[in-house]
Design a protein around this ligand. Structure first.
Ligand code: DX5
Ligand code: ZN
Length: 219
């Protein structure tokens, strides 16, 4: 079954606990948390300290998306804060294999993210070691952007690439996903849908998830 991961980037941070609890009650499968450092991306968000607080208020798996330079410096902080899924960007990691090993040794799910312009071939030799690939369908840094149409082909190509290798690596897609395009994203091969603005800007999270599941054919 396709997993739905609301991104708290678009939540009301003054009511973060309420927002997270509402997302959980509405049927979200995991919680996507965007970590931005103002270097790799032009925006700054939150650090391990807040992730630790979030961990205390929900039993949802925490899907921590690191959009930071030198991710190795902070891996353990986010793992100790309670991350279950940890994603590093291909573009930020020099010793990607070592980084992934470290995440796996801690018993966490490891993902590699690719910016829209980064080729899927870049993950070829790390695919067997990771649990998922996070394809960015917007340029990372902000919520509320439009889905970049050609990423749809990238999802299809990656799915084929994974299958041809006999692997079961999951595909997570992040950026610009809404009710209207979710079906195509899933048909192309997505296993995890990140949804920020379309989720938290809706006024009924439960109804939204219900519609979403219907649109994607309960897959
Ligand atoms: C963007 C973030 C996304 C963002 C998605 O850099 O990685 O997770 O929250 O937001 P929407 O769904 O609004 O594009
Ligand atoms: Zn993200």
């Amino acid at each position: 079954m396709v997993k739905i991961a609301p991104s708290i980037l678009s939540a009301n941070f003054l009511n973060l606990e309420k927002e997270i609890n509402a997302a959980e009650k509405a049927g979200a499968d995991m919680l996507h948390i965007d970590i931005m450092d103002g270097h790799f991306v032009p925006n700054i968000t939150i650090g391990p300290f807040i992730v630790e607080s979030i961990r205390k208020t929900t039993s949802l798996p925490l899907d921590v998306h690191l959009m930071i330079e030198e991710p190795d410096r902070y891996l353990m902080d986010f793992i100790n804060a309670g991350a279950d899924y940890l994603t590093v960007h291909y573009e930020t990691s020099i010793h990607l294999h070592r980084t992934i090993q470290q995440i796996k040794e801690c018993g966490k799910k490891a993902g590699v993210s690719l910016n829209p312009a980064t080729s899927i071939l870049c993950v070829e030799y790390i695919l067997p070691d990771i649990d998922f690939v996070l394809l960015m369908s917007v340029n990372p840094g902000f919520g509320g952007q439009e889905f970049i149409p050609h990423v749809m082909h990238k999802i299809t190509a990656l799915k084929k690439f994974i299958r041809n290798k006999g692997l079961s690596t999951l595909i997570e897609v992040d950026g610009g996903i809404k009710l209207e395009n979710a079906k195509d994203v899933v048909s192309a091969g997505a296993d995890i849908l990140v949804m920020g603005s379309a989720f938290f800007n809706s006024n009924d999270y439960r109804a939204l998830i219900k519609k979403l599941r219907k649109n994607i054919g309960n897959r």
